[in-house]
Ligand binder design. Structure first.
Ligand code: ADP
Ligand code: MG
Length: 256
């Protein structure tokens, strides 16, 4: 996926993305980092064709993203937004079934394939036992996984996750990150996510995109681009960069 010279404003005409150039490598995990309001969700919106840029284009598998028919695109891209609201007391299984909508046609109600994919998505996210539970009875971590399951049932090669670990305690954060890693390694998914934790980004990403005030500050693999200077520039925070024989590189925030 190529992000070519994207500039984007909402109705207020303020430039929220300013000539952003980047590349999403197939089969890898790309993490977007940056302070609040830096344009991470806006960029994700452009990459999923929810935001139409005033300048530039996004090319997905050789074709401009705005040239895809909605259903065709929904077979390529699954998205889990920052805020997700389910209909009241819907079961996990029903929610995940929504992921099958792009695959339904009036001529071929592919019920068998739908059931198969829903079951796979529930199993992959560890929710199969919970399939009859109402979504509002689940823990935060389980709910997050239910939304990921919905996107997985959609059976897309690309998965976009906006702050999938926010509001989760540290155990569930790693549970989601391990799932993301497995989906990439075992299912070959291309994953683009937004994280706040720089160490988690270093640990789980092949590529990092660092944003500030709508501008791309750096893109590359964590070992190459995460430096004291970059974190200072992007977040205004002093950090020390450490290396551990077991976990590799990590940062220690020192203050502002
Ligand atoms: P991030 O996800 O990095 O926190 P966003 O992409 O949500 O940042 O927002 C980038 C900027 O665009 C912010 O200043 C935000 O207030 C603004 N913004 C976000 N959504 C809208 C909108 N629908 N209309 C106008 N401004 C918006
Ligand atoms: Mg956001």
């Amino acid at each position: 996926m190529e992000i070519k010279n994207i500039s984007f404003s909402y109705q207020d005409k303020i430039k929220r993305l300013d000539h952003v150039e980047a590349e999403i490598t197939a089969g890898q995990i790309t993490t977007i980092l940056g302070p609040n309001g830096s344009g991470k969700s806006t960029l994700l919106g452009v990459l999923t064709n929810n935001n139409q840029p005033q300048e530039g284009s996004v090319v997905l598998d050789g074709k401009m993203i705005n040239k895809y028919k909605p259903k065709e695109l929904a077979k390529k891209l699954g998205v889990v937004h920052q805020q997700n609201t389910a209909p009241a007391d819907i079961t996990v299984e029903k929610l995940v079934h929504y992921g099958r909508l792009p695959h339904k046609t009036s001529f071929s109600p592919s019920a068998e394939k739908d059931e198969e994919m829903v079951k796979w998505a529930l199993e992959r996210t560890g929710l199969y036992e919970k399939r009859h539970a109402s979504i509002d009875t689940l823990s935060g971590g389980q709910q997050q996984r239910a939304w990921i399951a919905l996107a997985l049932a959609q059976d897309t090669p690309y998965l976009f996750l906006d702050e999938p670990t926010s509001n989760l305690d540290i155990f569930y954060q790693y549970e989601v990150l391990e799932l993301v890693k497995q989906l990439c390694e075992e299912e070959g998914l291309t994953i683009v996510m937004v994280l706040h934790d720089i160490n988690q980004a270093i640990q789980y990403s092949h590529q990092i995109i660092a944003m500030k005030q709508g501008k791309l500050i750096a893109q590359g693999n964590p070992q190459n681009i995460v430096t004291k200077e970059l974190i200072q520039q992007v977040y205004g925070v002093h950090v020390a960069i450490k290396n551990d024989a077991d976990v590799g590189m990590y940062i220690v925030p020192l203050g502002i």
